[in-house]
Design a protein around this ligand. Structure first.
Ligand SMILES: [Ca+2]
Length: 218
């Protein structure tokens, strides 16, 4: 019975993936893939993304925006809605991903990763001058079966703080999607970065359960 109980615990631990939040961009290695949203919208322009768009970095961005809504995700290059580019210090390059009132009339912005990753994150600003309590985003990580692995409430980060405001999720090989679901204000995202696990880490994880069972059988 003891062996059975131990085996069930081990199986539960293996299938019950979770993710943790991290803020240190230097955890990524040179193997990480960066989506900086450059070269998509022409200078000074917005490109509305509609319901789904694939990016050369491998990610797909989806949103269930409908024609009845006034807002949808967009890529902005060098300036925002006519404001001077100098007003905005974009963390990486001149272009970024944004949405006004993300999640207020839709399910927010989903980022579908091309494979299950170990690390994923981005630089985020969520400011809203009229009401700082409205300027909050739920940033979430999901596995391939749409189980929520982790969520982080991010509040009222000003434009000045954007380039210092990285939020990421870490989960060994189990993160398939991330989502931004907000309450109001304008969400801006840049330098979205992901990294798949080292092959040695995955091998270690896949060996862990059989090794444990083998040990218990002795
Ligand atoms: Ca950029």
């Amino acid at each position: 019975m003891k062996l059975l109980a131990t085996s069930i615990t081990a199986l539960t631990l293996c299938s019950g993936l979770s993710a943790t939040v991290f803020n240190d961009y230097s955890r990524f290695t040179e193997d990480a893939v960066v989506e900086s949203f450059e070269g998509i919208a022409s200078a000074g322009n917005n490109l509305e993304l509609g319901n789904s768009r694939n990016f050369s970095s491998g990610i797909t961005i989806t949103n269930d925006y409908s024609q009845n809504d006034t807002q949808q995700p967009y890529i902005v290059n060098a300036g925002f809605y006519g404001s001077s580019p100098a007003d905005i210090r974009v963390p990486h390059g001149t272009a970024y991903l944004g949405q006004a009132s993300a999640g207020s009339n839709d399910s927010g912005i989903w980022v579908i990763l091309p494979e299950e990753v170990e690390l994923v994150g981005c630089y985020i600003t969520t400011n809203y001058e009229k009401d700082e309590n409205q300027a909050a985003i739920n940033f979430e990580a999901y596995d391939s079966e749409d189980n929520l692995l982790a969520t982080e409430l991010i509040r009222n980060i000003s434009m000045d703080e954007w380039a210092d405001s990285f939020f990421g999720f870490s989960g060994l090989g189990g993160i398939s999607k991330i989502r931004f679901d907000g309450f109001g204000g304008i969400l801006r995202v840049d330098k979205l970065t992901y990294e798949v696990p080292e092959p040695s880490s995955l091998a270690l994880a896949s060996l862990a359960l059989p090794a444990l069972l083998m040990r218990k059988r002795k």
